[in-house]
Design a protein around this ligand. Structure first.
Ligand code: MN
Length: 255
């Protein structure tokens, strides 16, 4: 039975985390180490200038699951676990299920994806799962068979060095999910606005606000297209951010 480590960025009490942990019990032994509160859009962080606390959590997950809440970032949860918080070798790390999509450039902000990237740095296969709905009462149930299938395939086949899978699931009833598409990252179109307000002492403060990001839903083969079409999108993501095609042109500048 494989040892499966689970984390997320929505926090230890998020319903998507409970669904993922419960689904993973069908595949192996499960540990949960997750942030104690919501760390969405915290990116890939390492807490180095203060201590980290990991408190055991009871009565949230099925009784076979050992769980900890950590006062750090999602990536901290993975790092401290793999460095010794839990004295067992993990076989895979799975993240999510995030409340909301992680498509296109979202992956650079995503705490959900950074859980998987941190695992890849430690040399483990990893999968990040997101449900493409931010509704508070979103139904994570239809994801169950996809979580198990994709994780089982990843355990069986392994992944290339420093590579993770970023999975986005449309918020549809099980019978309307059309299957898996292997995709590339699409292009997000953010609609953020800066909302300046005045505090009670007359000083301005700022909210980054705006509506849900869009993107090129017509670009076939992208994650954004696939989810829009009702497919479960599976994108391989590489830690190497080098723009290889640009290397020779950059070399040719007048250095
Ligand atoms: Mn989140």
């Amino acid at each position: 039975m494989p040892n499966i480590l689970i984390s997320n960025d929505d926090g230890i009490f998020a319903p998507g985390l409970k669904q993922l942990a419960t689904s993973m019990l069908a595949l192996g032994k499960v540990w949960v180490v997750a942030p104690k509160d919501n760390q969405s859009a915290s990116g890939h962080r390492k807490t180095m200038h203060r201590p980290l606390r990991a408190n055991p959590i009871y009565n949230v997950f099925p009784p076979d699951i050992v769980a900890y809440a950590v006062d750090g970032a999602p990536s901290d949860c993975v790092a401290i676990t793999l460095m010794g918080l839990i004295d067992e070798p993990m076989d895979i790390v799975v993240s999510g299920i995030n409340s909301g999509p992680n498509l296109g450039q979202d992956v650079t902000y995503s705490g959900t994806v950074s859980v998987a990237l941190e695992a890849a740095i430690f040399g483990l296969p990893a999968v990040a799962f997101s449900l493409s709905s931010r509704m508070i009462d979103a139904d994570y149930g239809p994801s169950d068979s996809w979580l198990r299938q994709i994780t089982a395939q990843t355990l069986q086949n392994g992944l290339p060095h420093h590579t993770i899978l970023n999975v986005n699931i449309p918020p549809l009833p099980a019978r309307e999910l059309r299957g898996i598409q292997i995709t590339r990252q699409g292009r997000r179109d953010y609609r953020d606005i800066l909302d300046e307000r005045i505090d009670p002492f007359g000083k301005p403060y700022y909210w980054i606000a705006g509506t849900e990001p869009g993107g090129d839903v017509e670009a076939e083969g992208t994650d954004i297209w696939a989810v829009n079409q009702g497919y479960v999108s599976v994108t391989p993501i590489h830690l190497d951010l080098t723009r290889h095609e640009f290397l020779s042109a950059l070399q040719a500048w007048e250095w």
